[in-house]
Write a protein that binds this ligand. Structure first.
Ligand code: F3S
Length: 413
């Protein structure tokens, strides 16, 4: 693998232990995937920022690297943590997680990490332009940055993203190369998609079939919102391992089908109509009883527009005292919600903001066992998909209005 003089110096250890170890990780990765050289990255989004994911060993590794005094070379944002730093007691998160998370987050902070703790860093200022090489982890964020923004990243894990933040490099392979960004599979959408939930169902259905191949969608209206695309990508990345999709006449590398496929023919054609939409939704609804214990909206983290919709639905309504209603968002988005008066409506109705974290990256499995919580209602295909395995919660899956009704009546109808 070709290394520049500076990269060779990094590998030799002339710039310190942390830089040397980081370059070792990246060279090993590059050799495994046949990269010919490194490419500079302008920014990093760090997965493994939650102690639930990093575990004790992963957290100790990050803290050891931070203790060398190394500073990140790139702008680096952090994925959700294991706790909401302000409301962890109210949410019921055991204090040991708060203590461990504080230590890990401070270690990232000392290296220059931005403590936004969100899976939607593009809503909080990490907004790369089309064609920019970046190094991002967190599957839904990777999907958004590749597909909707047109920047280039592979799906990074914690160690490789940390190594990129420290060196400002990543090996040039996979989705950094134009030839790997072309569409493989054509998805013809023939039904009308209205809500973010419909887009989640579409993503879930296609993800189960296409695996890691880049799907190209046709038949999606050109006024599709970024929240709908956010949900589409999150679902594609959870039931499949899709890191890049194209939407004809919407996403930057698909001004036409011909451009999306780079002049080639699709290897497979899928049709998505009324029947597939209904089937995907039924497939994601695994709960067998109507009583609901938890309602969660905001996987991926809510935008301010989504919070406004929740507040509008909750105006003059009350959430049942035996139902937990969690609204996940970046803390900076919640600050805006405070200013707009949405927080007052949501909290006045009995809802709880869950910032800096989410049910999958917080120790919700532990909370649901301890508090005997069994049934979840959500409008997120990703959260419904992971509900049982990651949270020990059986999901009802449906639109926001239905979820809010479940929160106020305690029943899924
Ligand atoms: Fe984000 Fe957590 Fe969902 S990281 S995409 S809210 S599982």
């Amino acid at each position: 693998m070709y290394l520049t003089k500076e990269e060779e110096e990094m590998l030799k250890g002339s710039m310190g232990y942390a830089v040397e170890k980081s370059m070792e990780i990246l060279v090993t990765l590059g050799e495994i995937y046949g990269a010919e050289n490194m490419v500079p990255v302008s920014n990093v989004h760090m997965p493994g920022s939650s102690v639930v994911v990093a575990g004790d060993a992963g957290s100790a590794f990050v803290e050891e690297i931070a203790s060398t005094g190394v500073k990140f070379k790139t702008y680096t944002t952090l994925n959700p943590a294991a706790v909401d730093f302000e409301r962890w007691v109210e949410i019921g998160i055991p204090s040991e997680y708060f203590q461990k998370q504080k230590k890990l987050s401070l270690a990232y902070h000392s290296m220059g990490g931005i403590l936004c703790h969100t899976c939607t860093p593009y809503l909080t200022g990490n907004l790369p332009r089309s064609g920019e090489h970046v190094s991002w982890g967190e599957s839904s964020a990777v999907s958004f940055v590749n597909s909707v923004l047109g920047a280039r990243t592979n799906r990074e894990g914690g160690p490789s993203a940390l190594a990129s933040a420290i060196t400002g490099r990543t090996p040039m392979y996979g989705l950094h190369l134009g030839e790997n960004r072309k569409g493989k599979l054509l998805v013809r959408v023939s039904t009308r998609l209205g809500t973010v939930t419909d887009y989640g169902s579409l993503g879930y259905y296609v993800g189960t079939i296409c695996g890691g191949n880049n799907p190209v969608f046709t038949g999606i209206p050109t006024d599709v919102s970024s929240d709908q695309l956010k949900m589409l990508g999150a679902a594609l990345a959870s039931s499949g391992s899709v890191a890049l999709y194209h939407v004809e006449r919407v996403t930057p590398e698909a001004r036409s089908l011909d451009e999306a496929f780079k002049g080639e023919k699709p290897s497979e054609i899928l049709d998505f109509g009324e029947e597939e939409l209904r089937g995907a939704s039924e497939d994601l609804s695994k709960a067998k009883i109507c009583e609901v214990d938890v309602v969660c909206i905001g996987c991926p983290h809510n935008s301010i527009y989504e919070i406004r919709s929740i507040a509008e639905l909750l105006r003059s309504r009350k959430i049942r005292s035996d139902v937990r209603f969690w609204i996940c968002a970046a803390s900076s988005v919640k600050s805006l919600s405070d200013r707009m008066g949405y927080t007052e409506i949501v909290e006045g109705a009995g809802g709880t903001f869950m910032c800096d974290t989410c049910p999958v990256l917080a120790p919700v499995k532990e909370i649901s066992r301890r508090d005997n919580l069994n049934i979840l209602a959500t409008n997120s295909a990703k959260l419904a998909h992971y509900g049982i395995g990651q949270c020990n919660l059986h999901p009802h899956y449906g639109e926001l209005e239905r979820c809010v009704l479940a929160a106020t009546t305690g029943r899924w109808v």
